[in-house]
Write a new protein. Structure first.
Length: 108
């Protein structure tokens, strides 16, 4: 069961990544993992941590729950511009502050 879930989760990550025209290398670089590790996440060979899953979701511009089975969110329904713009921010402190700001708005 757990292995099946990892495969389903990985396929969904790959589906959304490809729908966004984001390369394996670009997403792996953002996650600070090798492209081989990301491939293992996408094939379900290795389990992805919750922290990494949230990084992927943020970069792809979707909610983390969109990776789970029975989610009705389609990859093309969310904006493709934000992840690319966000990835161009070089300062990690600025990125963290921006994420905090977004989270505060989400709570309103």
């Amino acid at each position: 069961m757990q292995k099946d879930f990892n495969i389903i989760l990985g396929k969904k990550i790959r589906e959304i990544r490809k729908a966004r025209s984001i390369s394996l290398n670009k997403l792996a670089e953002h996650m600070n993992v090798s492209y081989q590790q990301l491939q293992k996440y996408e094939t379900g060979t290795n389990r992805i941590s919750a922290e990494k899953l949230f990084e992927v979701a943020s970069f792809l511009g979707v909610e983390a729950d969109s990776f789970f089975p029975n989610s009705d969110i389609k990859p093309e329904e969310t904006s493709n511009n934000f992840p690319h713009s966000f990835s161009r921010i070089k300062c990690n402190e600025t990125k963290q502050l921006f994420i905090q700001l977004i989270n505060k708005f989400a709570k309103l």
